[in-house]
Design a protein around this ligand. Structure first.
Ligand code: ITT
Length: 200
């Protein structure tokens, strides 16, 4: 059976296909880009979980198929959790990863002490069925923010987040290494038994 990945973010789709296939999910995984006529849902929620559920329900309703969605972002301690749910458009233009990352580094510019550069990635993984049933789980990855970007793997803020216990940024990890420890890996591996329970 088909399971819709309710996201148009190419970086997420790559990671989700790998995470869900590695977890042994037998479903045919199809990104929302396969349904270009379905308009993007307005992300009116104020939490990752609310926005993930909004996206999953919108695709499940529009396609009549089960859908999973990812809402995620970077939460910086000294910014009281910002950019948070605004991570994708922190510098103004949705999805401009480079501008978002540069602005964030500028905002933290004079803070030298690693202890004050703590941040975590958060990911809410939601499942919605056409009949309205829903589930949502979260995963986190904590680390510190580098002073300059490093690495070319991954997407978004990966070049500046160095996970705790690592000497490399997320963008210097291999895709498999990142998925093994990431917020997205944790959230979606936790969602897999729920998908099995609800979809069989
Ligand atoms: P969809 O709504 O279509 O899924 P989006 O990019 O708009 O795509 P979000 O609203 O969830 O998705 O924004 C997530 C942003 O958070 C993303 O654009 C990145 O800047 C950042 N982010 C999330 N996960 C990340 C990761 O694993 N590595 C680096 N940055 C990440």
């Amino acid at each position: 059976t088909r399971l819709i990945l309710a996201t148009r973010n190419a970086g997420k789709i790559t990671e989700l296909k790998s995470i869900l296939a590695d977890a042994g999910l037998p479903h045919d995984l199809v990104g929302a880009d396969a349904y270009p006529d379905i308009p993007d849902v307005r992300e009116t929620g104020v939490t990752f979980a609310e926005n993930a559920l909004l996206k999953a329900h919108a695709l499940a309703q529009a396609t009549g198929l089960p859908a999973v969605a990812d809402d995620s972002g970077l939460c910086v301690d000294v910014l009281n959790g910002a950019p948070g749910i605004f991570s994708a458009r922190w510098a103004g233009r949705h999805g401009d990863d480079k501008a978002n990352l540069d602005l964030l580094l500028a905002q933290l510019g004079d803070i030298d002490d690693d202890h004050h550069r703590k941040a975590h990635f958060a990911c809410a993984a939601a499942l919605a069925l056409p009949d309205g049933r829903e589930r949502v789980v979260e995963g986190h990855l904590s680390g510190i923010l580098r002073h300059a970007p490093s690495g070319t793997n991954g997407f978004g803020y990966d070049p500046i987040l160095q996970p705790n216990g690592e000497t490399r940024t997320c963008a210097e990890l291999t895709p498999a290494e990142k998925n093994a420890i990431s917020h997205r890996g944790k959230a979606f591996r936790a969602l897999v038994p729920v998908v099995r329970e609800l979809l069989g």
